[in-house]
Ligand binder design. Sequence first.
Ligand code: PLP
Length: 405
Amino acid sequence: MRQSDFPILTEQVNGRPLVYLDNAATTQKPHAVLNAIVEAYSKWNANVHRGVHHLSQVATQKHEEARKTVAAFIHAQSEEEIIFTKGTTDSINMLAFSFGEAMLHEGDEIVISQLEHHSNIVPWQMLCERKKAVLKVIPLRDDLSLDIEAFKALLSERTRLVSVAHVSNLLGIVNPIEEIIAIAHEKGVPVCVDGAQSVPHLAVDVQQLDCDFLVFSAHKMYGPTGLGVLYGKKEWLNQLPPAEGGGEMIEHVRFEQTTYNVLPYKFEAGTPNFVGSYAFGKAIDYMESVGLDTIAAHEHQLTLYLEAQLAALPHVHVYAAGLRKAGAVSFNVYREDGGLIHPFDVGVLLDRQGVAVRTGHHCAEPLIDHLQVPGTVRASVALYNTQEDIDTFIAALKKAIMMLA
Ligand code: PLP
């Protein structure tokens, strides 16, 4: 589907046509996005919001239109709820700082889960250290799904926030985020959804989910690197202090006291990545031109096929087999004697055959520790992958296994 829209997909790697299955790490970019970046720098590059001159006004208009595109894409009530950041990691750090300053006190609790990306662990850990608060972790069941009963038991009078991934980057599992939000809300606890791996694959409607915060990265959605989003309900964002100081985020600056700008600018200190936002708007337009339902159905079918093909190979262990996934499948390969073949070795031999997958801990060391392996091999799909890509990958994997076993 649409492979010709992505110029990099015609590249050769190690003398073989590229089969790119590392989309959970970052996606490739269509012409529409690449052209947008060139257009911005060649036709209307100027700093936004501050200039009366023509180029500045064009740049401002493009940047603000992109914000509206993002707001509509996730069904936010208003574009004031869309804060542009550097990416998911930056969004979570900003939220942890800002929410922590206003809402967290000694002895309070933050709840995350065992399968989080480091970006949804470390900022909360740092916050808890600063505030002498407690980080609580939702454990996993034997099948690697979140233990919802244990989650209910973790919530207490002192829980101030729950922050959980919608889709696990390592396992690809779609977590029951609607249920998690409903349970937390029953106790009056707000929820931050790490959407880095869900917004690229599933239609996410923040009003329907009723999440309080949602974070995601443009580069995982065919958009540019260095740009992400922190969505927050207006009533929350209005209560929180800015996380960073500087230009743009102020109303008036006096040495005695500074007053802050309105939403969303209160949270956007300094010159924003207006070229990135414009290109991200084009990436969203592109996804919508393909159709979110079409993308989800195509990727779902590919993921099922990928998992079935892997599971059919002897000595291959697929993690969380049978659970609902979006985009990514993790596995390991074992020798006849039961010894693990190191995932790096598998990855290197796949690369030699032109197949790009990710190996290692996938920035989720607590989950890797739980699985008691040094890492996994992860194959992850995007809208441009085909069944033929999976077949090429499986054939390359069989060869790698023959060489390593
Ligand atoms: N959260 C999840 C679930 C992710 O998969 C990732 C990236 O892989 C991140 C957070 C961090 O995203 P970024 O590196 O774009 O900030």
